[in-house]
Ligand binder design. Structure first.
Ligand SMILES: Cc1cc2nc3c(=O)[nH]c(=O)nc-3n(C[C@H](O)[C@H](O)[C@H](O)COP(=O)(O)O)c2cc1C
Length: 191
C-alpha cells in the first residue's frame, strides 16, 4: 500500500507539518509513503499544445514525468496546499494543469486514467490565514476536479482556517493529531 504525498507550499510551514504527520501515521501502520515538494521540482506550465490528445502522454520532459509514474503506482494521493488567493498555490495549480494528459486518458480516450483498476483514495490538506465558512470552497472544487480526472476518490480533507504564521498549526488543539490519525486510518483501511 503506497501513499503519495504532494506538498504545494513554498515554505516549510503548516501544510508541510500536517502532511508529514499524516505520512507518519500511515507509516506507523506499515504503509509505504513517499512525498514530493512540488515547489522544488521542475514542473513547467501546461502549454495546451494538445499533444496528449494522441495518446494521453505529456511530451514536456521535466519532473512531471516522475510524478505521472508515482500517481500510477499510488493507492492514496495526499495533496497538501495552503490557500493562496482563495485557491491552491501556483505551484500546486501548475502540477494540476499538467494532469491534463491524464484527464485526456479518461475523458477523451476512454481509458482508465491511471491504469491497473485499483481503487485510489485522495485526501486534501489545506490551511488558510483567514476565517470564514466558505474559505476552502474554491480550492476544494479544484482539487475535486483533479481527483475526479484521476479516478481518485475524494475520501477526506483536513482544512484549518485562521492558521497564518508558519508553525501556527502546532498551537491548534487537534490538527496534528487528526492528521496522524487520518494516516493511520488510511493505512488500516487499505491493509
Ligand atoms: C500569496 C499568498 C496568498 C494568500 N492568500 C490567502 C487567502 O486567499 N486566504 C487565506 O485564508 N489565506 C491566504 N494566505 C495565507 C496562507 O494561507 C497562510 O499563511 C498559511 O498558513 C500558509 O500555509 P503554509 O505555512 O503551509 O505555507 C495567503 C498567503 C500568501 C503568501
Amino acid at each position: 500500500m503506497k501513499i503519495l504525498g504532494l506538498l504545494g507550499s513554498p515554505r516549510q510551514g503548516n501544510t508541510a507539518l500536517l502532511l508529514s504527520r499524516l505520512l507518519e501515521g500511515a507509516s506507523s501502520c506499515g504503509a509505504n509513503t513517499i512525498s514530493y515538494d512540488l515547489t522544488r521540482l521542475d514542473i513547467k506550465p501546461c502549454t495546451h499544445c494538445d499533444a496528449c490528445l494522441e495518446n494521453g502522454q505529456c511530451n514536456i520532459d521535466d519532473d512531471m514525468q516522475v510524478l505521472y509514474r508515482e500517481l500510477e503506482s499510488a493507492d492514496v494521493v495526499v495533496l497538501a496546499s495552503p490557500l493562496h488567493f482563495m485557491s491552491v498555490t501556483a505551484q500546486t495549480k501548475g502540477f494540476i494543469d499538467r494532469c491534463q494528459s491524464i484527464w485526456v486518458r479518461k475523458y477523451i480516450l476512454g481509458r482508465e486514467p491511471l491504469g491497473s483498476g485499483r481503487q485510489r483514495k485522495g485526501i486534501f490538506i489545506s490551511v488558510g490565514g483567514r476565517e470564514g465558512k466558505r474559505l476552502f470552497d474554491s480550492a476544494r472544487v479544484t482539487v475535486k476536479a483533479l481527483f475526479a480526472s484521476l479516478d481518485v476518490d475524494y475520501t477526506g480533507e483536513l482544512l484549518f482556517a485562521g492558521i497564518d504564521e508558519a508553525g501556527d498549526i502546532t498551537n491548534h488543539p487537534s490538527a496534528l493529531d487528526e492528521a496522524f490519525q487520518t494516516g493511520v486510518c488510511l493505512a488500516e483501511s487499505q491493509s
